[in-house]
Design a binder for this molecule. Structure first.
Ligand code: ATP
Length: 306
């Protein structure tokens, strides 16, 4: 009896943990408030991703009928490109991600992944092809190693260790008495924001999806964490199509393409050099951030001076 009880109890635990993870992913996209029933079409094929190209074609969308949030958004992301999305709060950046995942259906236009309309393919296959690094990662009160393993539960220990290394978590882990076996604490409270985001990157590296979406944390990071995340992101974006909602200059500057969003439209598009030359929205945003950074550095040197 006992022998049956223990595995069942354990399965119950795993089920609750996974259910919790899914609930948190939904929460991350704030879809619990209004959750329209999105269903697969009866003959939904599995998404076939050969390249990982994405296209938004004149996409219109509103959460309710009274307010249009995206007002005709069009752009293409070539396979393995790294695209940064920037723009003021409320411009519609996260909404682009929610539509790519098909948490909602567009009200006009279409979204294609490798030429396939996201409404025509099964949601499981669509979500399986996209890895997410959210701003605030949900961690379980388990070891770092186990937390990373959620990226692919059947991964070998070597693969998990590899992902940890590629996510630039090695230096941090070396300082911990129990290394990757250190338990992170309830909801990952023992880790800083930057460390948690690198655990999420390690999970995504382990999952190795052809498309990655990354919502860069807005909270300020020390420059060591920022560099770690940047290097990890560079690793990912070499092989995978990467979309980043970017808040940091360092992420934006090396992107293949930057989409500047304003009030539900892409108002500028190009790489950093092109957009600085264009001297429009992006150049203004850039100057503002440069000044902010100079102020922060000034404040830091004042605080650290004797
Ligand atoms: P931020 O940089 O602050 O995250 P964002 O550019 O990502 O902003 P979105 O989160 O896409 O902006 O939001 C665009 C608009 O849609 C905002 O005005 C927001 O209030 C609205 N919005 C977002 N989610 C919902 C929702 N679930 N229901 C209704 N309106 C929403």
């Amino acid at each position: 009896m006992m022998q049956i009880f223990i595995p069942l109890n354990f399965l119950g635990f795993v089920y609750r943990e996974m259910k919790g993870a899914l609930a948190n992913i939904e929460k991350m996209f704030s879809i619990l408030d209004v959750k329209p029933a999105i269903e697969d079409v009866p003959s939904a094929a599995n998404l076939d991703v050969q390249q990982g190209g994405i296209e938004f074609r004149d996409v219109h969308f509103g959460y309710g009928a009274d307010r249009e949030i995206l007002k005709g958004v069009s752009f293409r992301v070539a396979p393995r490109e790294k695209v940064a999305i920037v723009g003021a709060s409320g411009a519609g950046k996260s909404t682009l991600f929610k539509l790519l995942f098909r948490f909602y259906d567009v009200t006009g236009g279409s979204i294609l992944v490798d030429g396939q309309d996201v409404r025509e393919v099964s949601q499981d296959s669509l979500r399986g092809a996209i890895g997410v690094v959210p701003q605030d990662t949900v961690l379980f009160n388990q070891s770092i190693h186990e937390n990373v393993r959620y990226g692919r539960v059947d991964a070998s220990d070597e693969d998990v260790a590899d992902a940890i290394r590629h996510a630039q978590l090695d230096d941090f882990i070396r300082q911990l008495p129990e290394g990757a076996n250190t338990v992170v604490g309830e909801r990952g409270l023992k880790l800083s924001g930057g460390e948690k985001q690198r655990v999420a990157i390690a999970r995504a590296i382990l999952k190795h999806p052809p498309i990655m979406v990354f919502d860069e944390a807005t909270s300020s990071l020390d420059s060591h964490s920022e560099q770690g995340i940047l290097r990890a992101l560079q690793e990912i974006s070499q092989e995978q199509t990467t979309l980043v909602i970017a808040h940091r200059l360092s992420t934006v500057v090396d992107a293949d393409q930057i989409l500047v969003m304003d009030q539900g439209r892409v108002v500028e598009q190009g790489n950093h050099r092109q957009l600085i030359e264009a001297d429009g929205h992006y150049a203004a945003l850039w100057r503002m951030q440069q000044q902010e950074r100079a102020r922060e550095q000034g404040a830091e040197s004042v605080t650290s001076s004797p």
